[in-house]
Write a protein that binds this ligand. Structure first.
Ligand SMILES: Cc1ncc(COP(=O)(O)O)c(C=O)c1O
Length: 441
């Protein structure tokens, strides 16, 4: 397998499409591309937003629909193992993020799961740190202004419910803020490990340790990490984590999310949305709530079986890389792809004042490259999409390109940059139709 150093050297030296094709021929992960449906004429650089459709998903969903639902009907809750799917798929995701079997479960959305863990953690913190009459400042939840908006909204609402405030610090200020003995006490640090806008990676272990030193819980959103970069929740000693199923896990539009609580906390917490499937014995139909042991009590309502089925197919496309080096190999390939993209953009689009927003150090970068343009970035992305190169735009000025290492080839990177150069050089993006905003950017 080529080492990361070799991949990066190749990226530096590539000056032709043929060289990219040669890199693809040598790519030990190359065969895994066949796991995905590849629409003709499309270079898909948005797997960080919605992962590509795995080939086997449609067949598997059809089996579940026609066989398990159509023929098995309600018996399939027992006979087809539907009841176990949230833990079954959770155990597969656990392998990708350094959690142990039984610790991680699939349910709800990332937003809802973040609310559950944050409320649970804050209640635990309050129990351990009861308010004293001499307290002058309300305790806080710390996050970053650039965190994904849903995380900030959820943090605001969960914090306000229990009398906490949300305090936002830029990345460079997080560590000094957590270490400041004179500032308001911090109950929880809520961060997204890989920044959705820039792709910058936070050090999970270091910041979790800083949170702990401040007496705070470390709560991580792994939306852009799971299936993208190596994550080891236990090694990092994180407290809680949530993440998306539809991005690098390829689970399909609106796929359910996941939630993990460290075993030292899980049974000490009470998640706020007590639902019947989180009950210790849902089919006793008891009037009083009694939470199930372990992460199962983070379930609320009935699991979405069709979506869970699609998510399982998606997660398996990532697990297929395990014998080939797993997440380390996938991230190494993504670093090769992103490095190549950055270098080719620098070489072929140098007249257009594009600015690199993502970290220059590949090790600090998730599977994406973000560029900023003084021109109309939205229109440029739309013009690219019309030419089959699908990236996305994040307000106010970010052109975002995702590099899912499973389906993408080095030639795709070459072709995408050449198209970007053509769109910029020709000025076709200036056509007013590209400026018309769609609901989803
Ligand atoms: C970092 C991050 N967190 C959360 C979400 C939203 O998750 P959900 O829609 O599942 O609540 C996104 C969506 O893109 C995201 O990028």
């Amino acid at each position: 397998m080529p080492s990361l150093a070799e991949l990066l050297t190749h990226a530096r030296e590539v000056s032709s499409r043929d060289q990219c094709a040669a890199l693809d021929r040598d790519d030990p992960l190359g065969a895994l591309r066949a796991q995905f449906v590849a629409p003709p004429g499309v270079i898909y650089l948005d797997g960080n937003s919605l992962g590509q459709l795995p080939v086997k998903t449609a067949t598997r969903i059809a089996q579940v629909v026609t066989g398990e639902w159509g023929q098995g009907l309600i018996r399939s809750w027992n006979d087809a193992g539907w009841m176990d799917l949230p833990t079954q798929v959770g155990n597969q995701i656990a392998r990708l993020v350094g959690a142990r079997p039984g610790e991680l479960i699939v349910c709800d959305s990332t937003s809802v799961n973040l609310f559950k863990v944050l409320r649970a953690a804050l209640a635990l913190w309050l129990a351990a740190n009861p308010a004293k009459p001499q307290d002058t400042a309300a305790p806080v939840v710390v996050s970053q202004p650039g965190n994904f908006p849903t995380d900030l909204y959820i943090a605001q609402s969960a914090a306000a419910d229990l009398g906490f405030e949300l305090e936002l610090c830029d990345a460079a200020q997080l560590e000094p803020r957590l270490a400041d003995p004179n500032a308001a006490p911090v109950a929880a640090l809520v961060l997204t490990q890989v920044d959705y806008r820039t792709g910058a990676i936070h050090d999970l272990g270091h910041l979790s340790a800083c949170a702990h030193a401040a007496g705070a819980f470390a709560i991580w959103d792994l939306a852009h990490s799971a299936g993208a970069i190596p994550v080891d929740l236990h090694q990092a000693d994180a407290d809680f984590a949530v993440g998306c199923g539809y991005k690098f896990l390829n689970g399909g539009p609106g796929a359910p999310a996941f939630v993990w609580a460290h075993p030292r906390w899980v049974d000490k917490t009470r998640q706020p949305l007590a639902g019947w499937l989180g009950h210790t014995a849902p089919f006793d139909f008891a009037a009083a709530y009694s939470p199930a042991q372990g992460i199962r009590h983070y379930l609320g309502g009935t699991p979405p079986i069709l979506s869970l089925t699609a998510l399982e197919c998606g997660v398996q496309t990532v697990l297929a890389a395990e014998p080939l080096g797993g997440m380390a190999a996938l991230h190494a390939k993504a670093q090769g792809l992103t490095e190549l993209f950055i270098r080719l953009v620098a070489r072929h689009c140098d007249r257009h004042e594009l600015e690199l927003l993502s970290p220059t150090d590949p090790a600090q970068r998730g599977c994406q490259v973000s560029l900023r343009s003084p021109l109309d970035g939205y229109a440029i992305v739309q013009a690219l999409i019309e030419r089959g190169v699908i990236g996305d735009f994040r307000a106010s000025d970010v052109l975002r390109f995702g590099f899912s290492p499973l389906p993408l080839r080095y030639v795709d990177v070459w072709d995408a940059v050449m198209e970007l150069a053509r769109v910029l050089d020709s000025g076709t993006w200036r056509d007013p139709r590209y400026a018309q905003r769609h609901a989803v950017t």
